[in-house]
Design a protein around this ligand. Structure first.
Ligand SMILES: Cc1cc2nc3c(=O)[nH]c(=O)nc-3n(C[C@H](O)[C@H](O)[C@H](O)COP(=O)(O)OP(=O)(O)OC[C@H]3O[C@@H](n4cnc5c(N)ncnc54)[C@H](O)[C@@H]3O)c2cc1C
Length: 445
């Protein structure tokens, strides 16, 4: 009898360097390839809905993967209901013997996986590490003993070998004949398409971007340019494809090493690796802390501000605060789905320290908007900036005026995103919900 396997794609939407997929193709005779949309993706009327930019980029990645699978006489089935229901239904319909996925730092995905394992003891569940630089087995510590700061982590992992990326599979077993073709492409959640997006999804586009980046010599000056605010060239822009998994960190390292051999090895090329180690750190951090990634006390278990002011929150989201640099960054995010690393630090610091808002609302907003949204990097960085995470200093408040002088001395970035076109006051209502206006103030006095 033919053995049927189920491959659950998540943020590994690629064929090259996907060891989990290679394992599945080697072990079963029939394979069903699926992807379940993240929660809230389809509720476009809900306040939690994903942004058009995020949906468009995701759709492009999924279509590209489906097209690539078609060349193997395979196909991708995309489901809009939660993974627990989808996978349970497929198990009963198709007599599935083995379920495969790439290991993930995503608490939600890992929880579903655990429930399924308990529920279906007769099925073999296989998780392979595909999305990190290192495998768990290489780490010189247990994941639960992950160092509490990035520097300690970096010193321990830097000497480790990074594996060579694996090639795309030679062949992929076909789906069982009973799997009916779905209309997922037509039923994809509605979004407002952008004809000139900054990034196009898919493995082919990721590979094109990777080669273009290194062929233009940008890696040689990365360390000097990486704090830019606007444009495509000041940083690598690998993050959207890394987050979707249409590009693997090991493939980037292979290209970086090649560049160092053929063109130049300097502080800047090292710094690209250094930043990828930050990503790596947060992946293990997410695995270690699980649900604590989302609690206001963070990994430090430290009490922090949990206040929420709807007006301040809305102004921050819309880029209408009294801080022009923050406004420019937020408008850039709302329009493109991307924001520089410097910008993310500034908007998060403003959210926590100037607006005194509970950091989790800021993290959630970025989750909806960022096309490079990655659960561990986003929530881990927010914890860091809110002083409840991996920052050894424990408190990091950016002086927004000083940061503007350093990174946007001629207000070019602020002007190009109309950051100055804003409300000069933060609050129009007082703590008792009274409108704050000159006439009210006069009446009260
Ligand atoms: C509040 C906040 C939220 C963030 N949310 C995300 C997120 O959801 N997804 C995401 O990928 N990154 C996130 N980052 C990290 C960082 O801002 C982005 O990875 C970076 O801006 C992406 O652009 P790039 O690829 O050009 O980065 P580059 O500067 O070229 O860096 C190369 C790669 O290194 C990694 N990297 C760099 N900085 C960091 C960092 N601080 N933490 C983790 N990885 C890093 C990324 O994979 C990046 O693609 C966040 C940072 C902050 C401060």
């Amino acid at each position: 009898m033919r053995q049927v396997g189920l491959f659950c794609f998540h943020n590994d939407l690629r064929l090259v360097d996907n060891p989990a997929l290679n394992q599945a193709t080697a072990e079963v005779d029939r394979l069903i390839c699926i992807y379940c949309l993240p929660p809230y993706a389809s509720g476009h009327k809900s306040p939690n809905a994903l942004s058009s930019q995020r949906l468009q980029f995701l759709q492009e990645n999924l279509i590209d993967l489906d097209n690539s699978l078609e060349r193997y006489s395979q196909k991708l089935e995309v489901y809009y209901e939660p993974p627990l229901q989808t996978i349970s239904r497929l198990i009963t319909q198709h007599d599935i013997a083995k379920i495969y996925s790439s290991a993930s730092a995503d608490y939600y995905v890992n929880t579903v996986w655990k429930i399924l394992k308990q529920r279906y003891a007769m099925i073999s569940f296989e998780q392979t590490e595909s999305s990190f630089l290192f495998d768990t087995i290489q780490l010189p510590f247990d994941v639960q003993d992950l160092p509490d700061t990035f520097s300690k982590f970096r010193r321990k992992v830097e000497p480790l070998e990074i594996k060579t990326p694996t090639a795309a599979p030679d062949s992929i077993p076909p789906p069982p004949p009973k799997v009916a073709a779905s209309l997922w492409r037509q039923q994809f959640p509605a979004f407002t398409p952008n004809t000139k997006p900054l990034f196009r999804g898919g493995e082919a586009q990721a590979s094109k971007h990777l080669h273009r980046y290194f062929s233009r010599g940008l890696a040689s000056t990365y360390k000097e340019t990486r704090n830019g605010l606007d444009g495509m060239d000041y940083s690598t822009k690998f993050s959207p494809w890394l987050a979707a998994g249409s590009l693997s960190p090991r493939t980037i390292m292979q290209a970086l090493n090649q560049y160092e051999r053929d063109v130049e090895q300097n502080d800047s090329t090292y710094w690209i690796y250094f930043e990828l180690l930050w990503r790596e750190y947060f992946q293990w951090y997410g695995q270690k802390y699980g649900a604590r990634l989302f609690t206001h006390t963070g990994s430090k278990n430290k009490k922090t501000n949990t206040s929420f002011y709807p007006e301040r929150y809305q102004k921050w989201c819309q880029g209408n605060t009294p801080y022009p640099i923050v406004n420019a960054c937020m408008k850039q995010l709302n329009s493109t789905g991307y924001m520089s690393n410097r910008g993310r630090q500034l908007v998060a610091s403003c959210f926590v320290h100037e607006l005194n808002l509970d950091w989790r609302y800021g993290a959630s907003y970025l989750e909806q908007q960022l096309i490079d949204y990655d659960v561990a990097s986003n929530w881990g960085n927010w914890q860091y900036l809110a002083g409840v995470g991996a920052d050894p200093r424990g408190h990091r408040r950016f002086d927004l005026a000083k940061q503007t002088d350093i990174y946007d001395p001629n207000n070019e970035f602020i002007n190009s995103w109309a950051g100055d076109d804003c409300s000069k006051v933060l609050d129009s209502i007082d703590a008792a919900d009274w409108p704050i206006s000159d006439s009210n103030m006069a009446a009260k006095s």
